[in-house]
Structure formats: structure tokens, C-alpha cells
Design a protein around this ligand. Structure first.
Ligand code: NAG
Ligand code: NAG
Length: 241
């Protein structure tokens, strides 16, 4: 499998128009948010989020430490920690309906990504993927996945990756997901059944579809969308989408 994939990747580098990897996961309107969570988003200031933040079905009470300033329309708030808008299910119409659709789309994307079959790579590294170089494809782990040293995702700008993790996903302090060869964060999906956590100073790349929580500890950064079916916890974290 690995050699086949490497050969195909080589062809792409030589100019093939064929994009490698699984069909893209359609996020639909969930793609309008850098962070979308059903049960809440908290920040230990100062975090820096580039993109919109939303919680639904929980009300704005699920937004902790954003020092929100409600817009005159009542439809969104602003925060010095967010370069974008902040939405909650308790805001004025049409925000609740829009968020309800987005949360549904997040669930549909999770179901799509987690339901993909016939992985190219199964339980690679027994879940310890630090130091590995990951070519395009569908990866599945029936365990936790830990990133204990830098991991590299290599491929072209049209190539795709889906990482299915049935356990937790954690990246160690100061460790990084590094992109190479033109690979784009938006073409990478981590679909994780357990909790996702990034230790202090770690760096993540790719869309995260979490069935539970996503936590970024002190100074962690993510070039990502964080789409969580429970909550997102940020500690002086940077999320850029
Ligand atoms: C909210 O901010 C305060 C003051 O910075 C901090 O002590 C507290 O831990 C924060 N809460 C959360 C949930 O991060
Ligand atoms: C991990 O990746 C970062 C960013 O590319 C790099 O600065 C750092 O040196 C890498 N760490 C190691 C141990 O290779």
C-alpha cells in the first residue's frame, strides 16, 4: 500500500492532473465557522481566532470569557479575541435557524467522514504517528492516536486526507503537524470519536470533526476548523482558518 501510494504521489509531482486521496468531505454551511460547538466555547484570554465562532443549541451562556459586545441587530456579537463574528442560538432571528442548519451540516460531515470504508492505511504506527510522513489517503485507527514528535503531511494542493480515529487524538507539547509539497489544511480532515487535545505550544493542521470536545492548551495553535459536538476549550490559543 505504501509503495503504491508513494508511486501515485510521484506521478502527481510530475504533473498528473489526478488528485490523490478520498473524495472531499462536504462541510456545507459548517464551513462558515472557524469554531462551531454544540455545548460551548471557552477561552482563557487572550486567544486569537480568525473566522467566525458559533454555539448551538446552547445559548450565549455557553460562550465563556469572550467579553462579548452584542451588535445592535442582536444577531451576533464581537470580541477582541475574534477576528470575525460570534453567534449563539439565543441571538435574534435568523441566527438560531442558521446555526441549527450549520450544526446539522457538522453532523452530516462527521457521519460522512467516519463512514468512509476501505482505508489505505490501517492502524499505522499503532497510533503513534510522530515522525511519520503521511501521503494522501484514507487512514483509520481503531485506537487513540498520539503525535509525540512532528508529523508531516505531504501532497499536492488538490490531494486529500481523511484520518479516522476511534479513540482520542492528542499532540504533545511543542509538537507540530507540518505540511509539505503544497498540501492544504482545508483538504485534511481528522474525524475523531474521542476527545481531541493539543498540549502547550503544539500546532495542528486540518479540519477537526470531533464527536466530543476539542482542547487547545497554552499557546497551542491550529490552522484549522474546530467542529465539536460537545465543547471547545482554548487557553491563550490561536485558531486560524
Ligand atoms: C476566564 O478568564 C479568567 C481570567 O483570565 C480565568 O481565570 C479563567 O480560568 C477563564 N475561564 C476559562 C474557562 O478559561
Ligand atoms: C517541528 O516542526 C517545526 C516547524 O516546521 C520546526 O521548526 C521544528 O524544528 C520541528 N521539530 C523537530 C524536532 O524537528
Amino acid at each position: 500500500m505504501i509503495s503504491t501510494s508513494s508511486t501515485l504521489y510521484f506521478l502527481t509531482v510530475l504533473g498528473s492532473v489526478v488528485a490523490l486521496g478520498p473524495a472531499a468531505v462536504n462541510l456545507r454551511t459548517a464551513a462558515n465557522y472557524a469554531i462551531l460547538a454544540k455545548a460551548g466555547v471557552s477561552t482563557l484570554p487572550p486567544s486569537v481566532i480568525t473566522g467566525n465562532v458559533a454555539v448551538s443549541p446552547i445559548s450565549a451562556l455557553g460562550l465563556t470569557n469572550f467579553s462579548l459586545a452584542l451588535d445592535g441587530t442582536g444577531q451576533f456579537s464581537t470580541s477582541t479575541q475574534v477576528i470575525g463574528k460570534v453567534f449563539a442560538a439565543s441571538y435574534a432571528p435568523t441566527t438560531p435557524a442558521t446555526l441549527s442548519v450549520a450544526v446539522g451540516d457538522m453532523g452530516t460531515a462527521f457521519t460522512d467522514a467516519t463512514g468512509r470504508v476501505s482505508p489505505n492505511f490501517m492502524n499505522l504506527g499503532s497510533g503513534a504517528i510522530g515522525g511519520l510522513v503521511l501521503t494522501p489517503g484514507l487512514y483509520k485507527w481503531t485506537s487513540a492516536v498520539t503525535i509525540g514528535s512532528n508529523v508531516t503531511i505531504i501532497g499536492g494542493a488538490a490531494d486529500t486526507w481523511i484520518f479516522q480515529v476511534t479513540g482520542t487524538l492528542s499532540i504533545g507539547a511543542g509538537q507540530k503537524v507540518v505540511l509539505a509539497g503544497g498540501a492544504l489544511s482545508s483538504n485534511i480532515v481528522w474525524v475523531v470519536t474521542g476527545a481531541v487535545s493539543a498540549a502547550a505550544g503544539a500546532h495542528l493542521e486540518g479540519v477537526i470533526l470531533g464527536q466530543t470536545s476539542i482542547t487547545l492548551l497554552t499557546g497551542a495553535t491550529a490552522n484549522s476548523r474546530l467542529l465539536a459536538q460537545t465543547s471547545v476549550v482554548l487557553q491563550k490559543a490561536t485558531v486560524t482558518n
